[in-house]
Design a protein around this ligand. Structure first.
Ligand SMILES: C[S@@+](CC[C@H](N)C(=O)[O-])C[C@H]1O[C@@H](n2cnc3c(N)ncnc32)[C@H](O)[C@@H]1O
Ligand code: SF4
Length: 381
């Protein structure tokens, strides 16, 4: 019998003050006239969904309130969801509870409120500390707001993450160095540094801004990695950098192919059951989610992951980790023998995309840079 992996919970809160032109997350501009009522109905739907979901004997190792902009919900509203979770599941003593926040939506007294209900990690969407770039990115906050909010967060929460993006429209090396310098002066436990990508169905896709070319972007990326490493941040995943002990446990559980339950519009679940892996997806539109949840119709899609998909999905997650994974993890999470992928592993090794030492499989620098090519090797029909 396959041992069940650790279990996390993801809660999706889908509203924002304003839709950013680069963002393809399931997030919707809030309607000021109906927002209080929308929130009330949404909270009722999520708590009902949690209440009626199957119990699980496992302790919850992490909870992540993501969005959208969860900081549009008051501490008492977030607490309604937390109480529903605690009524149904046991939390691990060190359960990491993260809330994503936008610096433009923060009422500073909210921070103490969030901390008071048990939020122990705050993730702030900063993007840049440069007003020129924030404006171009359609952000609702200034560089000064971002700095003040991040500094305040550091005084309240045991762990703070800052989201930043690079290769921004018209960004120079000096702009980048200034952004990193400001981020480092705040000394967050964790930094997520994303390469700005132009996603379909965004305003930037329709009206593309002038971006730094590939060589310049590669130079910026190199600078970020070196600078953060010099300041003792360990680069442990494609975009994630952490001080000792600050890694995001919730995301690590995804990358190590753990299980998770997702509640809220468009949220996904992955559950190991009877030696197979099941995936469920909630209705994506918030109003549809509310409507269907009241009819106890929780999922628009349910599927069992096939054996071939399992191999690819495991690799798609685990090979994002710069330290890679151990053979026993592959076998425990997939229920397959490692020998089943011997041919693929040899091929990836011969192409210099992974290194294999003892029972450790690690993407090389080449493999990290050409992750898609590496993953293609594990794609089976
Ligand atoms: C759900 S948002 C985080 C919190 C909050 N909504 C905010 O923006 O302040 C997650 C993060 O993904 C990153 N992101 C979103 N769209 C991106 C894109 N097109 N390219 C790179 N990073 C992106 C941003 O850094 C953003 O903070
Ligand atoms: S980046 Fe954040 S604030 Fe902007 S639209 Fe996306 S989820 Fe909302």
């Amino acid at each position: 019998m396959q041992k069940k992996p650790p279990l996390s919970i993801y809660i999706h809160l889908p509203w924002c003050v304003h839709k950013c032109p680069y963002c393809d997350f399931n997030s919707h501009e809030k309607n000021n006239n109906s927002f209080e009522l929308d929130k009330e109905n949404y909270l009722a739907a999520i708590t009902k969904h949690i209440q009626l979901h199957e119990s699980d004997e496992r302790e919850i190792i992490s909870i992540f309130f993501g969005g959208g902009t969860p900081s549009l919900f008051a501490p008492s509203e977030i607490n309604q969801i937390l109480l529903a979770i605690k009524n149904k599941y046991s939390l691990h003593a060190n359960c990491e509870i993260t809330l994503e926040a936008n610096p433009g939506t923060i009422d500073l007294p909210y921070f103490a409120g969030y901390q008071g209900i048990g939020i122990n990690r705050l993730s702030l969407g900063i993007q840049s500390f440069n007003d020129k770039h924030l404006k171009k990115l359609g952000r609702i906050h200034s560089a000064e707001d971002a700095f003040q909010v991040a500094t305040h967060a550091k005084q309240i929460f045991p762990r703070v993450n800052l989201d930043l993006m690079f290769a921004l429209p018209a960004q120079t090396m000096t702009d980048l160095a200034d952004d990193i310098g400001t981020a480092l002066s705040i000394s967050p436990e964790h930094l997520s540094y994303y390469h700005l990508t132009i996603e379909p169905n965004t305003l930037f896709h329709k009206f593309p801004p002038q971006l730094p070319d590939d060589d310049t972007s590669a130079e910026y990326q190199d600078y970020i990695f070196k600078k953060l490493s010099a300041h003792h941040y360990h680069h442990y995943e494609t975009s994630a950098h952490t001080k000792v002990g600050g890694a995001c446990l919730h995301n690590l559980n995804y990358w190590e192919f753990g299980d998770y339950l997702g509640f809220g519009a468009g949220a996904h679940s992955k559950i190991t059951q009877h030696n197979s892996i099941k995936r469920f997806s909630c209705y994506k539109n918030p109003m549809q989610y509310i409507k269907h949840t009241h009819e106890k119709d929780f999922y628009i899609e349910r599927k069992t992951v096939t054996r071939n998909e399992l191999i690819f999905e495991f690799m798609m997650n685990a090979l994002r980790l710069n330290d890679g994974f151990k053979v026993p993890l592959f076998e425990a999470r997939t229920g397959l023998l490692f020998t089943e992928i011997a041919l693929e592993i040899n091929q990836a090794q011969e192409r210099g995309l992974i290194s294999v030492t003892d029972d450790m499989i690690k993407p090389t620098a080449l493999g990290q840079n050409y992750l898609n090519d590496l993953l293609q090797i594990f794609l089976r029909d």
